[in-house]
Design a protein around this ligand. Sequence first.
Ligand SMILES: [Fe+2]
Ligand SMILES: [Fe+2]
Length: 258
Amino acid sequence: MIRIAHLSDIHFGDENVPALAAATAWLNSQSLDLIIVSGDLTRFGERGEFTAARDWIESLRGPRLVVPGNHDTPYFAWLERLVSPFGRYERAIGPAEVSTWTGPRLAVYGLNTARGVQPRANWSKGQISPRQVDAALAWFAQAPADAARLLVCHHPLTEMLGGPMTGKVWGGHHAAERLAAAGIDLVLSGHVHVPFVLPYVFNERCAAVGAGTLSTRERGCPAGFNVIEITADEVRIVAQGWSGSAFTPWRSWGRPRT
Ligand SMILES: [Fe+2]
Ligand SMILES: [Fe+2]
């Protein structure tokens, strides 16, 4: 069985200190194939917030894959945001545009749906270009046939209907259709601060999976993270919720692997 922890939206600067400490202790007590962090590591893209995020990542045992979110570009340093939107992220955390992980029966590809600037009023929303999808599909094409295929990005590619906020990802629907058609099992994201599992309506063999937040910016459900277990014929996802003193299963989903 493959066992993955999926965390998101820690927003260092606004992190939920006791919940994050408990999550970290739990992560380091487990045997996990991979720890995934799907963006929004910081609050305002400040250097000190990135340092805290880097120190936290380095405190984790075992492999991890991290992608940036819309908060991981400087909020106040406008010129830097224009010229080098993910420079701070790359210096502290690692590659912003693409990161990959291949393990036994597991292939994970992370990409960046956040942008420093956009030709629309709300720069917090996401984008994914056809070229980004091309690159992801070319990478997945060379992964072992029996590997579970997971794509990781910050913004949900299609909307979480009934959710507390939108991603409005330019290119998202088309990207999700192509990923599902290519046999990707799960598309993992954050941004909404609420955990969810939603099979794509146009191709139910692929599901969108959102992780909640470990920041204090809760949006209608407790701080938490997801644990994903994958066997040859099933995927189980448990959203762990913070009670104020411990994590307990808050909601769970099971899906057959096809
Ligand atoms: Fe966030
Ligand atoms: Fe976000």
